[in-house]
Design a protein around this ligand. Structure first.
Ligand code: SAM
Ligand code: FES
Length: 356
């Protein structure tokens, strides 16, 4: 397996069969070998810098019914909320004071925000915080809508493809949603000029190693600037309530694989990873991740943005979340940085540290 990892480092990809072989032979030794390489690559390009993004979960209304998701429209137990423009602006104001220079607006697909109203929110953030990046994570929209938001001042977009395997996609989503459309959205976003993030859940129901190999090859083909992966965690009010969660071991291994594939990529250590293990996010960084996304949403709505059970960081104020992460990151020898942390092409990056 060590040779396959060496090959992955050299070629930044493997064949589908090789990925499957690698994923079928994860051991403590192969993981350590991979993480060592992944850490060296992140240190080379990012030093010990960990970028931070302030997450504003602005609505938990969603017209979709994804089987895995706690805020799916048929979950009648979800207590719904949406933030007003003023509330969103106050999250950004607080975030800016805490040093955040990227705001991520995430939510369900909530038709109540008209295109004009949402563009107006983006425009206001852009005007008030010209030095900040604005990231959207609002699901599938049409080309013109994405373009309107880009022109209003949004720079980045997170849209996980969820799974690159057609059959698997159908097992996770109702009939009206398709992998083809999700992929089209990703291509549209790239074409418009967004920095794009994709990703998938690790250990989602019916996922096989073949599915994961296809995810990795899709990521290779798309060449996103960001990739977010986290373990699937069940939610009590969904059809997948009895399904087991994705594992820490596999999620970390895949973060390492992604770092070898995308040396300059922005790869978060996600909240879901922090939920399945108390040091999940630190372990994610030690496996090659270089981004954390603390929550800036008002505490009164935090628990309501419940995608999965036992989500962490739902009771703390934004300042506490930031300090907590800063301490965690420092303890393992890294530092949280305040700059925007834009993606940079590999050939424009000066290596910060020589690879041994
Ligand atoms: N509506 C937007 C979208 O579809 O991209 C953004 C919000 S959606 C809740 C954000 C991500 O949460 C999804 O892409 C999915 O991967 C993740 N997610 C949803 N349910 C989850 C679960 N039960 N466990 C782990 N991650 C989950
Ligand atoms: Fe829409 Fe989860 S089903 S955000």
């Amino acid at each position: 397996m060590f040779q396959l990892i060496d090959k992955l480092e050299r070629d930044r990809t493997l064949t589908k069969e090789e990925f499957i072989e690698l994923l079928n032979h994860i051991t403590h030794e192969t993981s350590e070998y991979l993480f060592e390489k992944a850490r060296r690559i992140s240190k080379k390009y990012f030093g010990s810098r960990i970028y931070t993004r302030g997450l504003v979960e602005f609505t938990n209304f969603c017209k979709n019914d994804c089987y895995y998701c706690g805020i799916r429209c048929s979950n009648k137990n979800a207590e719904r909320y949406r933030l007003s423009k003023e509330e969103i602006m106050s999250c950004c104001e607080q975030g800016y004071k805490l040093g955040f220079r990227t705001f991520v607006l995430q939510g369900g697909e909530d038709p109540k925000y008209s295109v004009e109203a949402f563009a107006d929110i983006i425009r206001t953030i852009r005007t008030n915080y010209p030095d900040c990046a604005i990231t959207l994570s609002i699901g599938e929209r049409d080309y013109d809508e994405y373009k309107t938001y880009f022109e209003a001042g949004a720079n980045r977009f997170l849209l996980r493809h969820e799974t690159a395997n057609e059959e698997h996609y159908k097992k996770l989503h109702p009939q009206n949603l398709s992998l083809a459309h999700r992929k089209q959205c990703l291509r549209d976003l790239k074409k418009i000029g967004y920095q794009v993030g994709t990703g998938f859940m690790v250990g989602s129901p019916y996922q096989t190693v073949e599915c994961i190999a296809e995810d990795l090859l899709f990521i290779r083909e798309l060449e996103p600037q960001m990739v977010g992966i986290g373990p699937f965690i069940s939610h009590q009010d969904t059809p997948f309530k009895d399904e087991p969660s994705g594992t820490l071991e596999l999620t970390l291994f895949l973060i390492g694989v992604l770092r070898l594939m995308l040396p300059n990529g922005l790869i978060p250590a996600t909240t879901a990873l922090g939920t399945i293990h108390k040091n999940g996010r630190e372990l994610g960084i030690l496996a090659g991740a270089n981004v954390v996304m603390p929550n800036l949403s008002p505490v009164k709505v935090r628990k309501k943005y419940s995608l999965y059970d036992n989500k962490i960081c739902t009771g703390e104020e934004a300042a506490e979340c930031r300090m907590c992460l800063q301490n965690r990151v420092q303890k393992i020898g890294y530092e949280l940085v305040v700059d925007r942390g834009d993606f940079k092409p590999l050939d424009s990056m000066e290596p910060l540290e020589q690879l041994a």
